[in-house]
Design a binder for this molecule. Structure first.
Ligand code: NAD
Ligand code: UDP
Ligand code: UDP
Length: 336
């Protein structure tokens, strides 16, 4: 519950005529997969001005090319581990590599991004009186001992494992969010995102959906990591973006799970991709990586009740929506 301190005074710049009619929104990590879809949606509203800050570690300008040069859009090459001075009303703080291959590549940088990056964005939110939304993750539940995972579950996370830079990094980021809220009266929103898929996912970033789709299009075997009975729940990116915006606009701080409760084993996912994209490919069982959670499925009761949100797109309908984008980027012509 909010601290006794008065809420921060909005920056005087925000009293300018411009700010009275427009909402200025910062999206960190906006050149990435989810961020760029979020930007597309925010830009549809003519009252929004969007600033993206991204260091292009896993994102790319290409994801935002349709907005570059637009009068309501601005793109800044910026690393969130450095302070950022901008005048905004809302901050969607997504900056952080999401794929295990990339977040393990420079684990120290990942934890700096989560901790120092979130601290800086909270310092910014405090200075300008902005509302800030953090994209946390289902990984805060670790290898969960409770199934499905609800927000009150504290998780089962290895603090010293190879995934810890990400899981523990996000847990600290959540702590910082709540401490700034309690201590400084910052308006916070925390989304715990479950596996999300869709066009513009990094090809070859090692995530299961992008791997299987790329493999199916290339005609290579689909690599199911053993034992294949581990489960995930996959949310289509437009549903995710809708949930994030509802959370930002709503009254509840969270944390709130945003994900699709449809649960699939990795073997089932491979079979579905095979059926929908390329019935000729083989399915191969390969070695897994350490600390792989055995099951994951969101309880989305809170999102339903508090945000009136639930996903609309089923896995079987969402997977084919990625095919054209992947074919174009892989340079493989469409199926006859
Ligand atoms: P992504 O890797 O496509 O996007 C992350 C973006 O952040 C990229 O554009 C990257 O260049 C940028 N970035 C990374 N480090 C940065 C830094 N230090 N400074 C500035 N920019 C930086 O990943 P995504 O799938 O779009 O994920 C977005 C957010 O959602 C992340 O915070 C991630 O943890 C969270 N999330 C994603 C999923 C998922 O399934 N995709 C699941 C749970 C949580
Ligand atoms: N910060 C920032 N942009 C701002 C204001 C602050 O990046 O507009 C950074 C600042 O550099 C600091 C962090 O946010 O490292 C936390 O700021 P806060 O004011 O809460 O703490 P302090 O500066 O007192 O440590
Ligand atoms: N996985 C798989 N084949 C792949 C890549 C991943 O079977 O080519 C499995 C992996 O073992 C895990 C699940 O898919 O059980 C999800 O992995 P991903 O890296 O996509 O996401 P996360 O582990 O972060 O949920």
């Amino acid at each position: 519950h909010a601290a006794s301190k008065p809420p921060p005074t909005p920056s005087p710049l925000r009293n300018s005529k411009f700010f009275q009619s427009n909402l200025r929104i910062l999206v960190t990590g906006g050149a990435g997969f989810i961020g760029s879809h979020l930007v597309d949606k925010l830009m549809e509203n003519e009252k929004n001005e969007v600033i993206v800050a991204d260091n292009y570690f896993t994102g790319s300008k290409d994801n935002l090319k349709k907005w570059i040069g637009h009068p309501r859009f601005e793109l800044i090459r910026h690393d969130v581990t450095e302070p950022l001075l901008v005048e905004v009303d809302q901050i969607y703080h997504l900056a952080c590599p999401a794929s295990p291959i990339f977040y393990k590549y420079n684990a120290v940088k990942t934890i700096k991004t989560n901790v120092i990056g979130t601290l800086n964005m909270l310092g910014l939110a405090k200075r300008v009186g902005a509302r800030i939304l953090l994209t946390s993750t289902s990984e805060v539940y670790g290898d969960p001992l409770v199934h499905p995972q609800e927000e009150s579950y504290w998780g089962n996370v290895n603090p010293i494992g190879v995934r810890s830079c990400y899981d523990e990094g996000k847990r600290v980021a959540e702590t910082l969010m709540f401490d700034y809220h309690r201590q400084h009266g910052i308006e916070i929103r925390i989304a715990r995102i479950f596996n999300t898929y869709g066009p513009r996912m990094n090809i070859d970033d090692g995530r299961v959906v992008s791997n299987f789709i790329a493999q199916a299009i290339r005609g290579e075997p689909l690599t199911v990591q053993a034992p294949g009975t581990q489960t995930r729940s996959f949310c289509y990116v437009s549903d995710m973006v809708d949930g994030l915006i509802r959370l930002m606009e709503g009254e509840n701080s969270g944390p709130i799970n945003i994900g699709n409760p449809g649960e699939f084993t990795m073997t089932e996912l491979a079979e579905t991709v095979k059926e929908l994209i390329n019935p000729d490919v083989k399915i191969a069982m390969v070695e897994n990586t350490p600390d792989d959670p055995r099951q994951r499925k969101p309880n989305i009761t809170k999102a339903k009740e508090l945000l009136g949100w639930e996903p609309k797109i089923k896995l079987r309908d969402g997977l084919p929506l990625m095919e054209e984008d992947f074919r174009t980027r892989l340079g493989v012509p469409p199926k006859k």
